[in-house]
Design a binder for this molecule. Structure first.
Ligand SMILES: Nc1ncnc2c1ncn2[C@@H]1O[C@H](COP(=O)(O)OP(=O)(O)O)[C@@H](O)[C@H]1O
Ligand SMILES: N[C@@H](CCOP(=O)(O)O)C(=O)O
Length: 319
């Protein structure tokens, strides 16, 4: 059960006195999720999601919540944060930061077809464009600097074959991040964790992206690579499914055309996106913070994806 901080109906009744949502009717803990305590709440005005942030501070949260508000106001399908009576999006609850956002319809599509990948690609491009004039800045906190800090912390736990892969890939990625193509890539706020479990669908209709708490400013192409590495693969092997890759990339390209620099950077970027999650999964496995993870995700999944991206070129971004 991923409820680290309990919230009773009485707690909610008190909290809602500050929100324009009417009285509290019911609260139910959400068992999935690994970072925060999440609850479905029923109020006189409808259904919402209450999140208590277990690891993020009050100072860190405006970037994520203001970004969601900015996107929701521009027609990108994301949960809209609900301000309290004084306009605050983040309020204290049991001494921790908390927020209420609108509840998305539907459920995650864990066996996506090309039609789902196309919907994700189009919405991702729309999100990148809509965030161009977002005023707040925060780097991707799981970017190259974090990889450099984390690598020495996990290397001692790896066998020689994986230690060699990690060292070699860090070397490759440092050189890639220093090259001209990389510096010419379009950038802005990105989701940075747009996996199957962070998107809702009703049938083939995409109803929203959520879980923005790894978002930050990075290259748009990195976001596309993270998304393709999850949505368009065979989960057992990490091998890309060409029909799903094409559907996602073509739909993205139709909304925000990829550039020649992005085409040149695509293969290394898919490796970067695989490395990022291999590293975070290794870190969560070998350096767990107390009471944080219920079941650590398997790092071997992203080791396989990384090896596969090194061995086999992916379909190009565009013809
Ligand atoms: N805005 C939302 N609308 C509908 N369901 C949501 C919303 N936010 C979270 N959920 C539900 O809560 C679950 C856990 O949320 P998630 O953000 O992934 O948690 P964590 O950050 O702890 O990993 C999701 O799988 C989803 O079912
Ligand atoms: N998507 C990441 C972990 C982040 O978990 P989330 O439930 O908050 O999306 C991974 O698979 O390693």
């Amino acid at each position: 059960m991923a409820v680290f901080t309990a919230v009773s109906l009485d707690d909610l009744t008190l909290l809602l006195k500050k929100f324009p949502l009417g009285n509290a009717i019911a609260i139910k803990g959400i068992s999935s999720g690994i970072e925060n305590s999440n609850f479905f709440i029923d109020t006189e005005h409808g259904e919402y999601v209450l999140t208590i942030f277990e690891n993020l501070s009050f100072a860190q949260l405006p970037f994520y919540l203001q970004l969601m508000r900015h996107l929701a106001e521009r027609g990108v399908l994301v949960p809209a944060p609900v301000p309290d009576e004084s306009g605050e999006l983040v309020v204290p609850l049991h001494g921790k930061p908390a927020a209420i956002v609108s509840k998305l319809e539907g459920s995650s599509q864990m066996a996506p077809q090309p039609v789902h990948c196309a919907a994700v690609g189009a919405m991702l491009a729309k999100m990148h464009l809509a965030a161009r004039d977002f005023a707040l800045q925060q780097p991707n906190l799981r970017g190259l600097d974090w990889w450099n800090d984390t690598t020495p912390q996990v290397l001692p736990f790896l066998d020689e074959r994986n230690a060699h892969l990690l060292r070699a890939e860090m070397h490759f990625q440092s050189a890639f991040a220093a090259c001209d193509h990389y510096h010419r890539l379009g950038r802005g706020p990105v989701h940075a964790d747009l996996f199957r479990n962070n998107v809702m669908f009703v049938g083939e209709r995409l109803t929203g992206f959520f879980d923005f708490y790894f978002a930050g400013c990075d290259t748009w192409l990195f976001d596309v690579a993270v998304t393709v590495n999850d949505w368009c693969i065979d989960l057992d092997t990490g091998v890309l499914d060409t029909a799903r890759v094409r559907a996602l990339l073509d739909a993205y390209h139709a909304v925000r055309p990829f550039t020649a620099d992005e085409q040149a950077a695509w293969q290394p970027m898919l490796r970067a996106a695989a490395l990022r999650f291999w590293l975070s999964r290794l870190y969560d496995l070998y350096q767990p913070r107390e009471a944080e993870m219920l079941t650590p995700h398997d790092p071997a999944h992203f080791e396989r994806i990384l090896r596969e991206r090194i061995a086999t070129p992916a379909p190009e971004l565009f013809a």
